[in-house]
Ligand binder design. Structure first.
Ligand SMILES: Cc1cc2nc3c(=O)[nH]c(=O)nc-3n(C[C@H](O)[C@H](O)[C@H](O)COP(=O)(O)OP(=O)(O)OC[C@H]3O[C@@H](n4cnc5c(N)ncnc54)[C@H](O)[C@@H]3O)c2cc1C
Length: 572
């Protein structure tokens, strides 16, 4: 498409249905939808699966500076720490502290190594005030073991340092809800199939979409399109007729293994057999091991951990924390990092910088792709994207996402007082307040109107009936899987066996669907949960899982699958 003599792109707000279409409901897409709505743009966001379905809901959940980027990419460490500070201010309820231990094993060079590591973390300390982090401490082997008695091996010593964790899915939901409350239209389960561009100057004029759950299709006109589809970015760029390489990323698959309780009080850094850095971290009420980083060429809509990846990680953690081998994994999850493209370096040496690609340079003014980045700097990345939209549209609205609280982040709620007033147990109240902050009062209001809704649906997490209904009514959840992503229902030790059917009934009631839906959805959910778990189990344990699922299916009147593999081919 030639631009020679063609009319300049126009960014007239008002001509089209919306000013900006955002494609992708990961953290960067919802971040832009929120920011752009806040600055007065009319926004529509399309998410093909569910909010946080991609990397954003499958990350390690750290709002950190990333000490590993300090030497090669100090800019990434600085921006992540700075944005972590902002995220803590706008969503204080979602953040939790994760203190780390970094053990150094004895070797010929370990004394020097420990001195160097100590100096390295001294440099990292400079960034800690940006994110309210504590300075590091150098520790003797005895001090390390006093803090974490499970640490084994011949140690030279180690250091402690401080990070923050977050529930990435809740962060996405909070941004999306805020965008909706500011006027954005957010469509989940709706894929963009084409980006139409003007013949004369290449500017996007509309996107064509399809609701994947009911097959409905439609077209929405727009002046600009933001491709915020993470690892899908090249595919999305090609929907506009541009070559996929114009939004190239190097997708890096990472997996995690979760255990149903805290096995350590501190996160512990460890090394894999090939020297890559991994960790075990206390994360919400679980322990999580992460993560791998491998080039990924598979189906982005169906990313799963494999048993080889699980063994690779457990081997690395067991070297320093052998008790891990006795613990029964509860689940795994996997995602693909949309890392900036570079040919050559090993995956974990790639830059975690982010970049807005203005496709005006490729003959598509008004089409932008957001590639790279981190959960920890999503707000900044989204702000940079929205700044560019403001420049193109000639909008002078000030930045504000670092000041304005996300839904639930405006007021501190005492979970114990809330629990007492609702007559729910303290753990349930704490989890509710963690997930919703001051919005837990909206859920409390539901319970006051209808006390039956204080019933616990998922005991592992725990999750109340009122919260499930709230997720469907207020947070765009349309299935058990969606409720699970928002609340962690069914992700505990029972894998949904005790809660999926009831959750399915509630979702069906709220959506006006027949009761049959509840059973079908429940079986599908439980099988999917089991699939994420079997890769981390012994053959004996995997057989137990298969038996439990077969029993449940027969109780619900559904034919048992021959194996968990057969169930894999069921539609999502
Ligand atoms: C294993 C792992 C661990 C990580 N750990 C951390 C960490 O601890 N801290 C940190 O800061 N960062 C971490 N990251 C990085 C961080 O998660 C990502 O940088 C960030 O989440 C990317 O967000 P995104 O919105 O760009 O992409 P995504 O979250 O992947 O979202 C893209 C969305 O686009 C949707 N989509 C695709 N095609 C279409 C279409 N045609 N129409 C509509 N929707 C579409 C997808 O369904 C998806 O939901 C980690 C990533 C991984 C994978």
């Amino acid at each position: 498409m030639s631009l020679g003599g063609s009319p300049p792109p126009t960014f007239h707000r008002g001509d089209a249905d919306v000013d900006v279409v955002v494609i992708g409901g990961g953290v960067n897409g919802v971040g832009v939808a929120r920011d752009a709505s806040m600055r007065g743009f009319r926004v529509a966001l399309f998410e093909r699966n569910d909010l946080a379905f991609g990397a954003s809901g499958n990350s390690s959940g750290m709002i950190h500076g990333g000490p590993r980027y300090l030497s090669a990419d100090p800019g990434v460490t600085e921006s992540s720490c700075r944005d972590s500070g902002h995220i803590q201010r706008i969503a204080p309820h979602l953040l939790f502290r994760i203190p780390f231990l970094y053990p150094v094993e004895k070797s010929a060079r370990s004394k020097v190594m420990l001195t160097l590591i100590d100096a390295f973390f001294q440099a990292y300390d400079e960034f800690q005030p940006l994110k309210r982090g504590k300075p590091h401490a150098r520790l003797s082997p005895d001090e390390m073991r006093a803090l974490e008695p499970g640490i084994r091996g011949d140690l030279q010593g180690g250091v402690s340092f401080d990070e923050w964790g977050i529930d990435g899915a809740r962060l996405c939901v909070a941004n999306a809800v805020d965008a909706v409350e500011r006027g954005a239209k957010v469509f989940v389960g709706t894929t963009v199939e084409a980006i139409e561009r003007r013949e004369d100057n290449g500017q996007p004029v509309a996107v064509r979409w399809r609701d994947l759950r009911n097959g409905r299709t439609g077209r929405i006109t727009t002046s600009a399109v933001v491709n915020a589809t993470g690892a899908w970015s090249p595919i999305t760029a090609s929907l506009s007729g541009l070559p996929a390489k114009r939004a190239r990323v190097r997708g890096g698959k990472g997996i995690h293994i979760a255990y149903d309780r805290r096995l350590t009080n501190y996160a512990i850094a460890a090394k894999t057999i090939d020297g890559r850095e991994i960790f075990i971290e206390p994360w919400q009420n679980m322990s999580v091991i992460g993560t791998t980083d491998d080039d990924y060429y598979g189906d982005l809509d169906d990313v799963r951990a494999t048993s080889e990846e699980v063994r690779y990680l457990i081997q690395g953690i067991a070297r320093i924390f052998p008790a891990i081998q006795e613990a029964r994994p509860m689940t795994t999850w996997a995602g693909v990092r949309p890392t900036l493209y570079e040919y050559g370096p090993l995956e974990d040496k790639l830059s975690r910088e982010h970049e807005v690609i203005d496709h005006a340079a490729h003959g598509a003014p008004g089409l932008f792709s957001m590639v790279g980045g981190k959960l920890a700097s999503y707000r900044l990345f989204s702000e940079e994207m929205t700044d560019l939209l403001c420049t193109k549209f000639g909008v002078g609205a000030p930045r504000g996402t670092h000041l304005s609280p996300l839904p639930g982040g405006d007021e501190e709620i005492d979970p114990f007082a809330l629990g007492e007033s609702l007559e729910i147990d303290a753990v349930a109240a704490r989890r509710l307040v963690y997930r919703h902050g001051s919005r837990s009062l909206h859920i409390a209001e539901r319970i006051r109107r209808n006390p039956r809704e204080r019933h616990v649906v998922c005991a592992c997490e725990p999750v109340l009936e009122a919260e499930v209904r709230h997720a469907v009514k207020e947070e765009l959840a349309r299935s058990i899987d969606d409720v699970s992503r928002r609340t962690r229902l069914g992700l505990g030790a029972c894998g949904g066996m005790r809660c999926a059917v009831r959750c399915g009934q509630i979702v069906a009631e709220e959506r006006g669907l027949p009761p049959r839906y509840a059973h079908e959805q429940a079986v599908r959910f439980i099988v999917k949960r089991a699939q994420t778990r079997v890769v981390a189990l012994s053959p004996e344990q995997a057989r137990q899982e298969a038996l439990a699922i077969a029993t449940l299916r027969s109780e619900l009147g559904a034919p048992p699958p021959a194996s968990l593999d057969q169930a894999e081919s069921e539609p999502r």
